[in-house]
Design a protein around this ligand. Structure first.
Ligand code: TTP
Ligand code: MG
Length: 353
């Protein structure tokens, strides 16, 4: 697999108490209080996350709201605003894109960046933290190293508002004390095996095993784990920007048989996707209309433009519909619009807060 730590520069960035932090940002009355995002006890809610104030009481993600309120009776539980979290996530993606094309989002609030060819990774990491704080009002924790595995552990190391760098020559010492459960891909099943066999709790503990023993115990994952517990990781940061699209659709209360009604129904859908594209400063070349007839047969029609666009008028949508040979007599139960073929205008990075 690999015999040295290589010379890549990888940043892992993870927002602190993401949903809860956004709620505090949007509602100053919540600041300083223990808060969590989730549904109420009456709705048999489970928490998505809790801020660090609430975590002092033992409150955490995936805990039932009822249990959390027992641990922390003055916990403020607020409902989630997922469209808002998505929009901030898109803003973050655009920010990262101004530093490198190689960006791999792994959750709404979590991303890997490969900045090998982009100068000082430490400076970029610090600047990202600073800009997220100044321009957005949120804190992020950032880890810098030469691979994904160590960068991710490093970003967690000083959470919240963390910044931690692990140089390649520091990896053997650093990884030795890392708990096995903090290694990428180690789940409950692996931990159960390790406990049953009394192998220890840290990466250092497991380093006593040979690669053959590791494969015997952990199956196909054993070989990868053998390298991970030594801090080796050759996984690439895989950018998925090119796969992105912005779309919305609606199933109608009553079926549609004429173009006027269809255009009327497509108007708010168009407004929504244009708003989302504007928010994330995304320019695009292709718009796609999807229509599902009442017999569930579905068609899509796309129009691509020669230049990147930021908006489109409903009149143009009508023109696309007119040229799409939509068979209105069949009855339409659902229609949607999708923008794709993106370019992000990195010079106009902005989010209306
Ligand atoms: P995390 O990054 O795991 O957690 P966090 O950002 O709230 O806190 P921190 O990183 O500082 O430890 O998850 C990001 C968001 O994903 C989180 O704010 C809410 C959501 N989420 C759930 O909805 N359910 C879950 O079980 C988890 C873990 C997260
Ligand atoms: Mg987070």
């Amino acid at each position: 697999m690999q015999d040295n730590y290589g010379s890549r520069k990888i940043i892992h960035i993870d927002m602190d108490a993401f949903y809860a932090a956004v709620e505090e940002l949007d509602n100053p009355l919540l600041r300083g209080k223990p808060i969590a995002v989730g549904r109420s006890v009456q709705e048999r809610g489970v928490l998505s996350t809790a801020n660090y104030e609430a975590r002092k009481y033992g409150v955490h993600s995936a805990m039932s709201t009822a249990e959390a309120l027992q641990l922390c009776p003055h916990l403020v539980v607020v409902p989630g605003h997922f469209e808002r979290y998505h929009s901030i996530s898109r803003w973050l993606q655009n920010l990262y894109a101004t530093y490198t094309d190689i960006v791999e989002p792994i959750a709404l609030d979590e991303c890997y960046l490969d900045v090998t060819k982009k100068g000082s990774a430490k400076l970029i990491a610090k600047e990202l933290k600073y800009r997220i704080k100044m321009e957005l009002g949120l804190t992020a924790s950032v880890g810098v190293s030469c691979n994904k595995l160590i960068a991710k552990i490093a970003s967690d190391y000083k959470k919240p508002n963390g910044y931690f760098v692990v140089q390649p020559n520091e990896i053997p010492k650093f990884i030795y004390n890392v708990r096995l459960k903090d290694i990428n891909g180690v789940g409950k099943e692996t931990i159960r095996k390790v406990e049953r066999l009394n192998l220890g709790t840290t990466c250092g503990d497991l380093q006593r095993l040979s690669i053959i023993q590791m494969t015997d115990i952990f199956g196909s994952y054993g070989q990868r784990l053998y390298y991970f517990i030594r801090g080796f990781d050759d996984r690439e940061v895989i950018s998925n920007r090119e796969h992105k699209s912005i779309g919305a659709e609606n199933t109608f209360l009553s079926d549609i048989y004429d173009i006027e009604t269809l255009i009327q129904e497509l108007t708010p859908i168009l407004e929504e996707i244009i708003e989302r594209a504007t928010e994330s400063n995304t320019n695009w070349k292709t718009i796609t209309i999807k229509v599902k007839y009442i017999d569930f047969v579905q068609i899509t029609r796309s129009r691509s433009f020669n230049t990147f666009r930021s908006t489109i008028d409903i009149i143009e949508i009508e023109d696309i519909v007119l040229n799409s040979k939509i068979e209105f007599y069949r009855g339409i139960r659902l229609a949607g619009l999708t923008l794709s073929n993106f370019k992000s205008d990195i010079n106009q990075l902005k989010l209306t807060l």
